[in-house]
Design a protein around this ligand. Structure first.
Ligand SMILES: Nc1nc2c(c(=O)[nH]1)N[C@H]1C(S)=C(S)[C@@H](COP(=O)(O)O)O[C@H]1N2
Ligand SMILES: [Mo]
Length: 201
């Protein structure tokens, strides 16, 4: 059972579905331009301060799903790791290191960017990027890497899986129609000038 599945949220695994993933032995390595690189285990992750945000995951393929995403703020992780001056970007690697993507530090530090493990109070399963994924509602969904194993603070930007295949490095959400998964995939317009408003409701 999963609310994301009940809403028929598409399941994207461009690099191939990884199969069953073991939550209990999951580890996320935090490294790069920081004073205190650390490997966080699943029990350690869920002991960190938890934040629940309302927000939507919106794909460049034009579906959007809204809900309560729970996890650890990337800004809390950055604080814990002690990021060094000159850090400009954060890079994420998914399971088996076949999919990566990077976002600017200032977007990573915004309040709704999470290392997420819950949607509407349920733990994420591997279809939807469990045990832990990035949730970054401010940018197209390809920046929200699933089943994350590494978070790397970096000075410079590197294009990732989809960026190398033609999607923009910036991933700015643009006006236009999306399929709203919360209302059965009905077409809903994001009006010009109202992208920010759309992202919050
Ligand atoms: N590892 C990995 N992460 C990924 C993807 C992917 O193919 N592989 N697809 C991205 C894209 S394009 C989107 S829109 C969202 C989709 O999330 P979902 O599959 O949970 O709906 O995950 C993003 N994260
Ligand atoms: Mo997407």
């Amino acid at each position: 059972m999963s609310k994301l599945r009940d809403l028929n949220t598409p399941i994207f695994w461009a690099e191939g579905h990884p199969g069953k993933l073991d939550r209990e032995s999951w580890q996320v390595e935090i490294k790069g331009t920081c004073e205190k690189p650390v490997k966080l285990s699943w029990p350690e992750i869920i002991k960190l301060p938890k934040t629940v945000v309302e927000g939507r995951l919106t794909s460049v393929t034009r579906f959007s799903v809204f809900g309560h995403w729970g996890g650890v703020r990337l800004s809390d992780i950055a604080k814990m790791a002690g990021i060094k001056p000159g850090t400009g970007f954060v890079r994420f690697w998914s399971v088996d290191k076949k999919y990566d993507t990077s976002i600017p530090l200032d977007i990573a530090m915004q309040e709704k960017t999470l290392l997420a493990y819950e949607f509407d109070g349920e733990l994420l399963d591997e279809d939807y990027g469990g045990p832990v994924r990035i949730f970054c509602p401010y940018l197209w969904g390809y920046k929200s890497a699933k089943s994350v194993v590494e978070i790397i603070f970096c000075k410079d930007y590197v294009s990732g899986y989809w960026e190398n295949r033609g999607y923009t490095d910036e991933a700015l959400i643009t006006a236009g129609d999306v399929r709203d998964m919360n209302s059965g995939g009905q077409i809903r317009p994001i009006p010009d000038g109202e992208v920010k408003k759309f992202l919050d409701e």
